[in-house]
Design a protein around this ligand. Structure first.
Ligand code: PXG
Length: 435
């Protein structure tokens, strides 16, 4: 390796381990990455839950190239370019009913900050300025900015960073291996865990609570599928108390669970919805917050010439991102990808659940084209066993993700049965080799 690896401080990475034995990706096509040794690596995680249509799709590549040559940048404040409107309209054609206003950001983390600020400001504008409290959930992941880690519930992402936002509380997570281990799809037990929001109301009073934010399927914490009835119950409690419900669909959006959005898969519509990742097929950074009409309307008061919502980013609605997103939506539509996970999920689930009984496996979880395989940790060394399986799979030409001791799979939605067979066989052999 002739390249100098010193200067780059890598994100969410074991830098020293990586720099001792680098894993360098140099190209990609369809279901595969190519590494610097010319090996083909099957992508079991759609990059990082984002490349839903597979890699280097020609229509998207062309759209980005043409856009770069035509309009490189347009200021998004008090200005706009046509594709920003075109994309917003296109998005609202596939989003859950009523989520028809689009605010652009550049990442999932920024979408989360935006949604939290929107929720607090919304209540203030309509005269309930005391509603500032934000409720997250234990084990939640909402990106890495201060709002997101405050409402988030993964201890490793929080413990280093001081006191974070005040006025935040958390409901319990839904992971219940005693009752729900090896559930296929939504687990049967745990709808009552949504009642924890009533506990928050009893403690803080609804009049102080702006919003509750959850991932419909928790991804980063190790694939936690919502128990049957849980999200419905959360929706009911929010409605009862005037609390906004925010779904963080950064990984569940754009077909991952079998419908365009998890809100549709589970038939529960939030008031605000955050997206990113699959919005541009991972090609250009972009995120968005989808809001209900009445939330937008609430802000549209006061003199015409005044800004209604003091928030936005230099790169909101960046022309390259808009072009990439429109071409991505075209690709999804042409190939039926936003519902393809519903066709593939049974085969995927069968493969995943066939890993029950393999060494170290203590649970298997799945929904759509998301899979979680939880391993018993090595005694005294949490996360190491799964990381070793990750390294073994990489050597065998398969990219997976691990978080703690859970292996997460979220392949591109163009996946074929033969790829699923290959993923499961590779994983099985790695598990059998694992210490
Ligand atoms: N919300 C959710 C639900 C996410 O999964 C973010 C927000 C933040 O998005 P950005 O674009 O700011 O990274 C995410 C990100 C993993 C993994 O391996 C998942 C994410 C990021 C990194 C790793 O599970 N999701």
């Amino acid at each position: 390796m002739s390249q100098n690896l010193d200067a780059y401080w890598m994100p969410f990475t074991a830098n020293r381990q990586f720099k001792k034995s680098p894993r360098l990706i140099t190209g990609a096509d369809g279901m595969y990455f190519r590494d610097d040794k010319g090996r083909q690596i099957l992508d079991g995680v759609a990059g990082l839950w984002c490349v839903n249509a597979g890699h280097n799709r020609p229509r998207i590549v062309k759209a980005i190239q043409e856009q770069a040559a035509e309009l490189d940048f347009a200021p998004p404040f008090q200005m706009a370019h046509p594709k920003a409107f075109e994309l917003a309209t296109r998005l609202t054609e596939i989003t859950p009913a009523g989520l028809n206003k689009v605010f652009y950001t550049n990442s999932g983390s920024e979408s989360v900050e935006t949604a939290l600020k929107m929720a607090i400001a919304y209540h203030r504008v309509r005269g309930e300025g005391a509603r500032t409290r934000l409720i997250g959930r234990e084990r939640g992941y909402h990106g890495v900015n201060f709002g997101g880690i405050s409402v988030g519930g993964m201890v490793g992402n929080r413990k280093m960073f001081g006191t974070m936002l005040g006025g935040v509380d958390h409901i319990r997570h839904t992971h219940d291996p005693v009752r729900n281990a090896y559930s296929v799809g939504q687990p049967a037990y745990g709808a009552e865990l949504a009642d924890d929001l009533e506990r928050m109301v009893a403690l803080h009073d609804a009049s102080t609570i702006a919003a509750v934010i959850v991932e419909p399927v928790a991804g980063s914490t190790g694939v936690l599928v919502p128990p049957q009835g849980y999200l419905q119950r959360l929706r009911e409690i929010c409605d009862k108390h005037g609390i906004l419900l925010i779904f963080d669909e950064v990984i569940t959006g754009f077909g991952r669970t079998g419908q365009p959005f998890a809100a549709q898969t589970f038939d529960v519509t939030p008031d605000l919805m955050t997206v990113a990742k699959g919005l541009t097929n991972g090609c250009v950074p972009m995120g968005a917050v989808l809001a209900k009409q009445h939330i937008y309307d609430t802000f549209m008061t006061g003199p015409d010439h005044l800004i209604e919502f003091f928030h936005g980013y230099t790169y909101s609605a960046h022309p390259l991102a808009c072009a990439a997103a429109i071409a991505t939506l075209d690709t999804y539509a042409e190939e039926g990808l936003l519902t393809r996970a519903s066709e593939m999920q049974n085969y995927f689930a069968e493969g995943l659940h066939s890993l029950k009984g393999e060494p170290h496996v203590i649970d298997v979880r799945n929904i759509g084209l998301v899979g979680g395989v939880e391993l018993a940790p090595l005694p005294g060394e949490p996360a190491k066993r799964a990381f070793n399986v990750f390294l073994d799979c990489w050597e065998q030409g398969l990219l997976i993700r691990t978080t703690g001791d859970t292996i997460a799979l979220s392949p591109p939605l163009i996946i074929e049965r033969s790829h699923i067979d290959h993923i499961i066989a590779t994983l099985r052999s790695a598990l059998r080799r694992a210490a």
